[in-house]
Design a binder for this molecule. Structure first.
Ligand SMILES: NC(=O)c1ccc[n+]([C@@H]2O[C@H](COP(=O)([O-])OP(=O)(O)OC[C@H]3O[C@@H](n4cnc5c(N)ncnc54)[C@H](OP(=O)(O)O)[C@@H]3O)[C@@H](O)[C@H]2O)c1
Length: 245
């Protein structure tokens, strides 16, 4: 059976762990040459080996515009184009209303909105006709979560940006969609919520289990491949039904 991303070049930000790692792994397994980014070199080195298929790791902070330039310069020199762009790196932490700090606001918005916006804009010259752009949103973008208001609003912003970007890119033949994970077992999630709290979360999910990076890899592969060739500007919830009630 032919692979869905054979001959394609994919870039995944925050691809060294968690959801980004699941996405990068799914892309590479289906034939893509993958470039991942992350801030910790050691994590990148490990992930590059595990993902395989000639994956390249570039140490870069998704909220730093100079780092983004460096990533795209390297991708341009190595591959010349980006067929699949998965902007996944994001920051989340709890911060109660009344205690929200400027540092929390800046870090959350600089990573999730500013960094993502410029990562997309700077990638435009490298995106050929037929390219697929996948932005990691969250079901938090349309639901209330206690002590997560700033984070949730960044994910709503991503969803909103896409509505205009599909109009701004009309005629280029590129597709842009939002992938909304539900509660996903990742290093970041497990750090936010200790294992003892997981049963209470699972209780709220109709499929009675946490989402996995593999679940998101499969959904991202669908959005990346020609199987979703006429799907543009949507948000795809991969949440076990958690956001439906
Ligand atoms: N897990 C969930 O339940 C869940 C639910 C909905 C949405 N999401 C979204 O999914 C995305 C990934 O979350 P996750 O749970 O997989 O996180 P994670 O377990 O913390 O993994 C994050 C990955 O991204 C990298 N990363 C983090 N900040 C970065 C930055 N500023 N620049 C470059 N790389 C960065 C990390 O490596 P370094 O630390 O080395 O940089 C790591 O490889 C985020 O956008 C998050 O908002 C997660």
């Amino acid at each position: 059976m032919s692979k869905k991303l054979e001959g394609k070049i994919a870039v995944v930000t925050g691809g060294s762990a968690g959801i980004g790692f699941g996405i990068a792994k799914a892309f590479a397994a289906d034939g893509a040459k993958v470039v991942i980014t992350g801030r910790r070199q050691e994590e990148l080195n490990k992930a590059v080996v595990e993902i395989g298929n000639g994956t390249i790791g570039i140490q870069a902070d998704a909220s730093n515009l100079a780092d983004l330039d460096r990533v795209y310069d390297t991708v341009k020199a190595q591959h010349g184009r980006i067929d699949v762009l998965a902007l996944n790196a994001g920051f989340y932490e709890f911060m109660k209303l009344g205690e929200i700090t400027e540092a929390h606001y800046d870090k959350t918005y600089n990573t999730n909105v500013k960094g993502l916006l410029f990562a997309f804009q700077k990638a435009l010259p490298l995106l050929p006709k037929g390219a697929s752009v996948i932005l990691t949103g969250s079901i938090a973008g349309f639901r209330g979560i206690p002590a997560m208001s700033v984070y949730s609003s960044t994910k709503a912003a991503i969803r909103s940006l896409v509505r205009s970007w599909i109009l701004d890119t009309k005629g280029l033949g590129i597709r842009i969609n939002v992938l909304n994970p539900g509660h996903t077992s990742t290093p970041g999630f497990n750090n936010l919520l200790p294992a003892a709290a997981h049963p209470g979360v699972i209780e709220t999910i109709p499929l009675s289990r946490l989402c996995t990076p593999e679940d998101l890899g499969k959904a991202a592969l669908f959005l990346a491949s020609d199987e979703s060739a006429y799907i543009n500007g949507i948000e795809l919830d991969v949440d076990g039904g958690a956001a439906q009630f």
